[in-house]
Design a protein around this ligand. Structure first.
Ligand SMILES: Nc1nc2c(c(=O)[nH]1)N[C@H]1C(S)=C(S)[C@@H](COP(=O)(O)O)O[C@H]1N2
Ligand SMILES: [Mo]
Length: 179
């Protein structure tokens, strides 16, 4: 008799406690990027917020499958609004006065969580890949959220698009790799 009551009490206590646990907030993913800094070998360093990106020549597009390096599907972007990385660099103006200087430039895209990927001048300005390197601020008709926002980058023409999909993009650094 006493055991039954005790057991009933214990399970009631568990039931009462359950909603409190499920109501606990998920761990915060505070990686949001609120601005993009363009730095390094440029004549005019820039800090661009989404409102500033909207003023640049638009590069809006359709479906991009995001695939991990092993070919697994991460997500499908059905539409995006953004700007070509090339147009952002042209606004900042590459600091490359010598005839052969641009050819020595690397362009590094960084994120708030420390993720970073590398492009070259040749790739962005003189290869088909450059057309598809997009800094974007809207996906599937909406502003980017905690999962990748407010600003992200993708290299849409890559074979596997996951590795150079930079979520929470906050930096573009231009570096001269060779003297
Ligand atoms: N900022 C940031 N972007 C990132 C990553 C990361 O760790 N940090 N991981 C990359 C990798 S390895 C892949 S495959 C894609 C898709 O990862 P997801 O499955 O986490 O969306 O996001 C990429 N973008
Ligand atoms: Mo990946």
């Amino acid at each position: 008799m006493f055991k039954k009551i005790a057991a009933g009490f214990a399970s009631a206590a568990l039931l009462a406690a359950a909603p409190a646990w499920s109501a606990a907030p998920a761990p915060a993913r505070d990686n949001m990027s609120h601005a993009l800094a363009v730095t390094g070998m440029v004549e005019t360093p820039l800090t661009l917020k989404v409102a500033d990106l909207r003023q640049l020549p638009p590069a809006n597009g359709g479906e991009i499958a995001v695939t991990r390096h092993n070919g697994e599907k991460a997500e499908t972007i059905t539409s995006y609004r953004g700007v070509r990385l090339r147009d952002i660099l042209d606004k900042a103006v590459l600091d490359a006065p010598g005839h052969n200087d641009v050819k020595k430039l690397a362009i590094i895209a960084t994120a708030t969580d420390g993720y970073a990927v590398v492009f070259s001048w040749g790739e962005l300005y003189n290869a088909p890949a450059g057309e598809g390197v997009i800094v974007y601020y809207e996906k599937n008709g909406k502003a980017l959220d905690d999962n990748d926002g407010e600003i992200a980058l993708i290299s849409a023409k890559d074979i596997r698009t996951g590795p150079r999909h930079v979520k929470w993009l906050n930096g573009i650094e231009v570096r001269k790799l060779v003297e």
